[in-house]
Design a protein around this ligand. Sequence first.
Ligand SMILES: Cc1cc2nc3c(=O)[nH]c(=O)nc-3n(C[C@H](O)[C@H](O)[C@H](O)COP(=O)(O)OP(=O)(O)OC[C@H]3O[C@@H](n4cnc5c(N)ncnc54)[C@H](O)[C@@H]3O)c2cc1C
Length: 414
Amino acid sequence: MTDSFSVHIIGAGIIGLATAATLLARGHAVTLIDRNDPGSGASRGNASGIAWTDVAPLASPGVWRKAPGWLLDPLGPLSVRPSYAPAILPWMLRFLSASRPAAFKRSVSAIAALNAEALPAWERLWAETGTGGRLRAEGCLDVFDKPGEVARARAGWQLQREHGIEVRELSADEIRDMEPDLGPTVAGGAFLPGWSHLDDPHAMCLDLERVVIERGGTFLRGNVVSVIDTERGARLRMRDGPVLHADKVVIACGAWSKRLAESLGEDVPLDTERGYNITVPEPGVSFRRFIMLAGYGFVMSPIAQGLRIGGMVEFAGLTSPPNWARVDALVSRAKRMVPALSVEGGERWMGFRPSLPDSLPVISQSRRAAHVCYAFGHAHHGLTQAATTGELVADMIAGRTPAINLAPYAIDRF
Ligand SMILES: Cc1cc2nc3c(=O)[nH]c(=O)nc-3n(C[C@H](O)[C@H](O)[C@H](O)COP(=O)(O)OP(=O)(O)OC[C@H]3O[C@@H](n4cnc5c(N)ncnc54)[C@H](O)[C@@H]3O)c2cc1C
């Protein structure tokens, strides 16, 4: 039995919730703190993929071939809002550096190490908490409508195979046989049978919240403004409310984690890749599998509420309002591939992916504060990597050697 600590987790998104459930299972006393409802941030409306078969970071040598075309299209898969361009420039320069071949290779290894554990860790968490039953293990179709893009995708599929991931390249007809509602413009693609997704990412958050409370954890609503390390723990200053004290603190505030790390004297180049989607209850088409339209930068995910169509990357910071024209653009692109698609009654959503320039999260002991750990910056893979992150944080708190070498995810790597 390891020591038992009082642990305050700031942020009740999927990362904070999975961490809370794991820490409770390991005998710690847990308080989850969030200024909003649990699971109401990026974890609420994501595409639901347990995307462990993705090993390529966004920062890749190939992105620079595509980026200029994308950036010229204000509604394209990747865009920078002009007013945000000066603020994002330092992040972009680091992104550029992380896209060089040697750095890309390091990021691939680090993503693959986390993702190899992603589904097994979720299965352990589901078994431990009794929250299983949401997994749809139907695989994913990577679909393209231009033969040139199919050819270019082969390098990525080869990279996946090198990491033991099964990828079956398919002709357009074979793809339409699997998903007949894809239209005649399909040019080819691949099937990844190992991919899986959940029926509802928000419900997964609420399931974990319920278990945390049932098992004696506490949820506290409040806005943490700073963290102060002390000799015997850490103190949290709240916007309105008393100063709290805990043996250990985990900062899991997703895209909003930068300021709290700064309060401890640690500067981290965290920004947000905003993503958009629309969830349609009766889309007039039906898919069994997760469909990835990488050439357009979005996915179609069949979930409990209907069909969720979304993705895209927009750099516009944490405060500017959503640009819903992006959703209209992705719908019109989706219709090129799925002519019978209807989006009537669809609900639009925007979420803030917490992103570091090298596409890796920060899962790290603070270098400035002995009693503080970080668990943020999971970008496109937060749902995928949440259960693994919870286990790694629990290992750090117990002073145990984690199953994965944590050096690539350290806060001071930049
Ligand atoms: C369009 C889109 C599609 C995606 N699809 C997928 C996918 O298919 N698969 C996948 O794995 N990932 C996907 N992601 C990424 C995934 O959603 C995120 O990586 C993940 O949700 C991040 O979880 P989090 O807990 O770190 O952050 P969040 O869910 O954003 O939670 C952070 C919480 O911290 C709270 N908070 C912040 N600051 C404070 C403070 N000072 N005091 C108190 N509380 C605070 C916030 O209120 C919030 O509840 C997608 C994201 C988007 C936007």
